[in-house]
Design a protein around this ligand. Structure first.
Ligand code: UD1
Ligand code: UDP
Length: 363
């Protein structure tokens, strides 16, 4: 059960899943610089050392004031448990403002509870849309944005989506991408030579990271994914830090049967990006990784029919590919590994301070 949180009516951040942590770190640091009282809640949606604790250590995040310890479950179970626990917390010591990040169940749950208690909500990474209602994240994005009072956008397309949905311009702020603040702040730590040594890599290699339900949940999808990953591994070595969601299914589908694929536990942030930085190609369905490869200039092949992050295609190194096309696309990258890319506007390492200035303005 949660223990009591701070009594100050300052800013309360709700985090819970791996991608939340690199987004929250620069916002928390910039608010601390401005002397704003803060409380950090971890819902416990992700709980493995490698999915959570390692980020707190490597990114210098403060220890959470409260860990709700909700763990895994169905969408309703997980969202409901987070809501119940957060409601008690907010009733006990109402914050002036709740800040939520991205599009995970922890984000949605916190926005719902805060809105019903008439506590203002700020959404970091508002307005992204895949227009794919089968993605749980799209449901979370739509509802969270609808309930938010302060909508902090990473890109101009997100601002446009919110405008099209009737959100008043006064609520929308184009602030840039805090995940890229974290990337740029840690760039010197991304050590390609160390990554090569750790994974015993000599030549060109690809990094794969896959966890979307549409790619890994059903036995048929897992089998098709394994087949396509094996055809990538026919061309170059593949390192796959495997998200726990897909492990059992992909292994049952024969993932480990190809000697060219090295399946490892999820990596720490610094180790993962060291590996990505030196890769010839990245194969992913991760949202954050599409953005990080855009800035690092590493070709990114996204195994999805859509992306809520189109600037990674228009400016960055990202391409959407099907399972059928992946092996061919990897061949193309191997033949022409240098891709032209631009960094999207305001992905400059200053999103955290911009967000903090907006939040101080609304407090
Ligand atoms: C969640 C997010 C997804 C995000 C991803 C980032 C939702 C709906 N989805 O998906 O948007 O891209 O996090 O990684 O919020 N598990 C562990 N250990 C952990 C955490 C999870 O073993 O520390 C396993 C459990 O079997 C669990 C499964 O992973 O059932 C899925 O976890 P969950 O948090 O429900 O969703 P993700 O697939 O991680
Ligand atoms: N990441 C990591 N180790 C890994 C895989 C990913 O540190 O083994 C980082 C990645 O660099 C990015 C974040 O986790 O900062 C993205 O999280 P994830 O892919 O789980 O979620 P998504 O962005 O798809 O919601």
């Amino acid at each position: 059960m949660p223990t009591s949180t701070a009594t100050a009516a300052g800013v309360l951040h709700v985090t819970g899943a791996r991608p939340n942590f690199p987004k929250a770190a620069p916002v928390i640091a910039a608010l601390a610089d401005r002397g704003v009282p803060q409380t950090l809640v971890h819902t416990g949606q992700h709980y493995d050392e490698r999915m959570s604790d390692v980020f707190f250590r490597q990114l210098g995040l403060p220890e959470p004031d409260v860990n709700l310890g909700v763990g895994s479950g169905t969408h309703a179970q997980q969202t409901g448990s987070i809501m119940t626990a957060l409601e008690s917390l907010f009733l006990e010591a109402p914050p002036a403002l709740v800040v939520v990040y991205g599009d995970v169940n922890s984000t949605l749950a916190a926005a719902l509870v805060a809105a019903k208690l008439h506590i203002s909500v700020a959404h970091v990474e508002a307005g992204l849309r895949s227009f794919d209602p089968t993605m749980p994240e799209e449901v979370n994005r739509l509802v969270t944005d609808r309930l938010s009072d302060v909508l902090l956008c990473t890109s101009a397309d997100a601002v446009a989506h919110l405008g099209n949905e009737g959100v008043h311009a006064d609520k929308i702020h184009l602030v840039g991408n805090p995940m890229i603040d974290t990337l740029l702040a840690n760039l010197d730590r991304f050590d390609v030579a160390a990554a090569r040594e750790q994974h015993d890599l000599e030549g060109a290699y690809a990094v794969a990271t896959l966890h979307r339900p549409a790619n890994v949940d059903s036995a048929a999808d897992a089998q098709a994914l394994v087949k396509t990953l094996h055809s990538v591994a026919d061309q170059l070595e593949v390192v796959l830090p495997l998200h726990p969601r897909g492990r059992a299914g992909l292994e049952a589908a024969g993932l480990l049967e190809h000697g060219g694929i090295s399946v490892v536990e999820p990596l720490g942030y610094v180790e993962f990006l060291g590996l990505v930085r030196g890769a010839t190609a990245v194969v992913t369905d991760s949202g954050g990784v599409q953005e990080e490869t855009t800035v690092l200039g590493v070709p990114c092949l996204t195994l999805r029919p859509n992306t809520e992050r189109p600037v990674t295609i228009t400016h960055g190194t990202n391409r959407l590919v099907t399972r059928e096309d992946l092996a061919y696309a990897v061949g193309e990258v191997l033949a022409a590994p240098d891709v032209e890319h631009k960094v999207p506007p305001l992905w400059d390492g200053q999103a955290g301070p911009r967000i903090a200035d907006v939040l101080v303005g609304v407090l």
